[in-house]
Design a protein around this ligand. Structure first.
Ligand code: AMP
Ligand code: GLY
Length: 432
């Protein structure tokens, strides 16, 4: 295959972006990587650029001035806001390949109502649901009254991961519906989805697609709650592991046939030209996968375990998207287990302090440090967010990868740091 050197701009500043940057830097096809705005970790391997991820004009100008070939969009917001459309509609930016869908595709994540009707239309397994807008409060309440709990209520639009309410008590659920429809999340909750509660284990599956062809990337399980035993408030994610033992060949085949293929074909049928990543948030119910949500990007912290397991050159995959030749590219997966534990600021996901000096000692085993909320201040690493650092380790199985990971956490230090001590524990099969 002919190789040409690529100049890449990656948007975002989390652990996901550091893991993506780390993977991109391993490519022999890379000429130069910029990250906007990036974090302390990305500044060590790429050039950080102080541009806002939603300032399309500044991003476009930067791409022209620096002859960028590929724009990789980490977070959902710029995609839902139409960054890909902006690049396509400006003739001087048309030559830049954007990794991430246009607005019409990002709506899979940007509107839960859209995603639900899409899944219904293309017979993709998901919880039964009904949408209500802010003129239909009475109908929404009546609908709840006819249902059994637990009640699952979702803001239609983006709500920074806080738009899902699961409530067992009917009167509390009614109150939550009132709050949502009264604009708890502004425009994002002017419409809500009420759906059946599904009981099962969750797993995330990722694909990269050029709109016709797709490649399945390693699956991952993330741990969303702040507290051990999956208790307490929801967070962006406190850790992840890959592979996930219950996501065996039979399960992934079901996911591919019942979910991935109908999704890609459905998008095409709708006339939606989708390129980039699709994140399938799944739940396994009595042996069958159901879609909990679609995201139009990779997950965080899932990317911190998915990228280390991807042996193939990621720029080959990006080139496959640029030239509609994804089907000819290989995806080779590392069979080892990878675990990642997120170290967060004390107080997260509620209020927490920033600007704490971070020290990282010598690491042991096969371990990577992916930065999330960090920045460089006076030549030193300081905390700059709730999720600060993801320690990621390899092992021959989950048990070993977790052991190496936890043994390295003691080499990281900042005031009030906290982390979950039970990441992956539920997946370890006990030996008799
Ligand atoms: P989401 O923001 O869509 O990822 O939802 C957040 C979390 O809510 C998911 O990871 C699930 O744990 C839970 N959840 C969402 N929808 C359902 C459902 N229909 N049944 C059970 N749990 C759900
Ligand atoms: N870890 C969940 C997400 O990225 O949405």
């Amino acid at each position: 295959m002919k190789t040409f050197l690529m100049k890449i701009l990656l948007l975002g500043s989390g652990g996901r972006e550091h893991a993506l940057a780390w993977k991109i830097c391993k490519s022999s096809q890379l000429e130069k990587l910029y990250v906007a705005p990036g974090n302390a970790g990305t500044s060590e391997i790429a050039e950080n650029i102080a541009i806002d991820i939603n300032d399309f004009e500044a991003i476009g100008n930067f791409c022209v001035q620096n002859k960028i070939n590929v724009l990789v969009v980490g977070p959902e917001q710029p995609l839902v806001n139409g960054i890909h459309d902006y690049f396509e509609s400006n003739s001087h930016l048309k030559s830049v390949t954007v990794i991430g869908p246009k607005k019409e595709g990002a709506i899979l994540e940007g509107s839960k109502g859209f995603a639900k009707s899409f899944m219904k239309k293309y017979k993709i397994p998901t919880a039964k649901s009904k949408s209500f807008n802010n003129t239909q409060l009475k109908e929404a309440i009546a609908f709840l009254e006819e249902k059994q709990g637990p009640y699952v209520l979702k803001a239609d639009g983006l709500a920074a991961g806080k738009g899902v309410v699961i409530e067992s008590d009917l009167s509390k659920a009614k109150k939550a519906v009132k709050n949502l429809l009264a604009g708890q999340f502004g425009k994002s909750s002017e419409t809500i989805v009420i759906e059946d509660f599904l009981e099962g284990v969750e797993v995330s599956v990722f694909v990269i697609t050029d709109g016709v062809n797709y490649k399945i990337l390693p699956e991952a399980k993330d741990y969303k709650r702040i507290g051990e035993g999956d208790n307490g408030l929801n967070t962006g994610g406190m850790g992840a592991v890959s592979p996930v033992p219950f996501a065996n060949r039979e399960f992934i085949d079901k996911v591919e046939n019942q979910i991935i293929i109908p999704t890609i074909k459905g998008l095409k049928k709708e006339g939606i030209d989708y390129s980039g990543f699709i994140f399938f948030g799944l739940i396994l119910v009595k042996g069958d996968p159901y879609v909990i949500e679609y995201n139009c990007r990779l997950g965080d912290p899932e990317t911190e375990v998915v990228m280390p397991r991807l042996k193939s050159d990621i720029l080959e995959l990006f080139d496959g998207i640029a030239t509609n030749t994804l089907s000819e590219r290989d995806v080779e997966i590392d069979l080892r287990s990878v675990s990642s534990v997120m170290i967060v600021s004390g107080g997260y996901p509620e209020t927490y302090e920033k600007n704490k000096a971070v020290t990282i000692g010598e690491l042991n085993g096969r371990t990577e440090v992916f930065h999330a909320g960090t920045m460089i201040k006076n030549n030193k690493i300081v905390t700059n967010g709730g999720r600060v650092i993801a320690i990621t380790s390899y092992g021959k199985n989950i048990e070993t990868s977790l052991k190496v990971c936890y043994s390295n956490i003691k080499n990281v230090n900042f005031e009030n740091m906290q982390f979950r001590k039970d990441i992956g524990k539920d997946l370890i099969t006990k030996k008799k």
